[in-house]
Ligand binder design. Sequence first.
Ligand code: GDP
Ligand code: IMO
Ligand code: MG
Length: 412
Amino acid sequence: MNRSIAILGAQWGDEGKGKIVDLLTKNCDAVVRFQGGHNAGHTLVVDNETTILHLIPSGILHKDVKCIIGNGVVLSLDALSEEINILKTNKINIEGRLLMSDNCPLILPVHIALDKARELKKGKAKIGTTGRGIGPAYEDKISRRGIRLGDISNSETLLEKIEELLDYHNYILKNYYKSDTFDALQMFDQLNNQYNSYKDYIIDVPNYIESLFSQNKRIVFEGAQGTLLDIDHGTYPFVTSSNTTVGGIFTGSGVSPKRLDYTLAIVKAYTTRVGSGPFMTELFDINGKLLSDRGHEYGATTGRQRRCGWLDLVALKRSIIINGYSGICLTKLDVLDEFETIKICIEYKNNKPIYKEYKGWKENISKVKKYDDLPENARKYIEDIQKYLDVPIDIISNGPGREQNIIVRKFF
Ligand code: GDP
Ligand code: IMO
Ligand code: MG
C-alpha cells in the first residue's frame, strides 16, 4: 500500500480537494500544505456540519493527524489566527498538531493593499484575484526582500527589514495608486505580538517529514488551487502565483521526489472557474445555470459565483502530462443527475470545443456505494472519460458528505 499520496486539483481549483483530503487522512499521520495561502477554500462536510479551511491542512478534523504548513505556503498570521479561533470555537484542538516552517514568506497587510489596488487599477482587465495579497507576497519572496516567519525571532534585524520593505511599497502605494501607506513600527509590534502565539509551532519541516517516513508513517500532500492556475503551466496571466502542479510539492515542503508514491488528480465531473481568463467549455445557457445551482458553485473564500461549463478532456490531458497522475477521483458526479444530455469536450477545432454527447441517467446517485450500482449511463460517462484520459478513476465522489464516495480501487 502507498505510504504517501499527493492530492492535486486538476482543473481551475474547487474540484473538491478538501473533501478528499479529509476522507483519505483517516488512514494517515500527517497532512502537508506546500503552496498557496488563504486564497484556498477547502470545504469539509462531516455529519452535516460544514468546515471551510483556507490555510490549515484539511486533516485537522482527525484528532491524531499532524497538520503541517510547508515553506511554499505564503502565510498570513491574521488569517491563521482567525481560522484557529473558528476551530477552537468548534472544540477542535490544534495544540501540538499544527506545525509550520520558519521559511514561510509572510503575507502582510501591505500585500493585501497592493493586491486590491492593482486589481482596481486594472478595471475590466483584472485577474479576479481573491484579494488576499498572494501575488505581492510571492513577488517579495522571489525578489528576496520578503519577510519570513523565522525573521520575526530576530527583533534587531526585523525592524530594518520591515523598513526596507515598506520604503519600497509605500512609495508605489502613495505615488502610483494614490492610496494609504503603512507604518513600520506598527507592523513590527504586531508581528512580535503574533509571533509569541506561534513560535512553538515552528519546526524544521524537511527533517520532520523525513523522520515520519523513517518511522513508516503515512503522509498526504494537499494541493491548493489547480493545474490550470499554475504560475508556469496555467492560463497565464490569469493564474495564481504559485506552482500548483506536482513539482510544487518538492520545492514547497522539502520532501524528496523519491518519497512520493501516488498522485491523485481531483477532477470535477464538469468544469468551473472563478475569476477572469479563458474557459473553452463555459456555458451561458440553462445548462450552465443548472450546474451552478445543483453544484452550489459559489466560492468558498470570496463567495463569488463560479463560472460553469462542460468537462474539458483536452485541458485534462495537459494536466496529466504535467503531473503524471497515478489515479483520478471524479467529484460531484451527482450534480449531473438531472441532465437530459451531458457533453464532454474531446478536442478543439478553430479555437472552439468539439463535444461528444451522452445521455443523462436522470436518477439520484447520491446514496450509491458500489460502482456496479451506478446507472448504466453514468458508468458509460465514467468509462469513456477513463478510456480517453488513460488514467484509472479510483474514487467517485457522489455528494459533499465525508461518506458519499464510491471507492473503485483502494490505494491508501
Ligand atoms: P476545493 O477547493 O477543491 O477543496 O473545493 P471547494 O471546497 O472549494 O468546492 C467544492 C464544493 O463542492 C464544496 O462545497 C464541497 O462541499 C462540494 N463537494 C465536494 N464533493 C462533492 C460531490 O461529490 N458532490 C457534491 N454535490 N458536492 C461536492
Ligand atoms: P482552492 O484551493 C479557485 C483564482 C482566483 C483568480 C486567480 C488568482 O479552493 O481550489 P490569487 O488570489 O490566487 O492571486 O487569484 O486564482 N484562485 C482560485 N480559484 N480555487 C482556488 O483555491 C483559488 N485560489 C485562487 O479566483 O482567478
Ligand atoms: Mg476551493
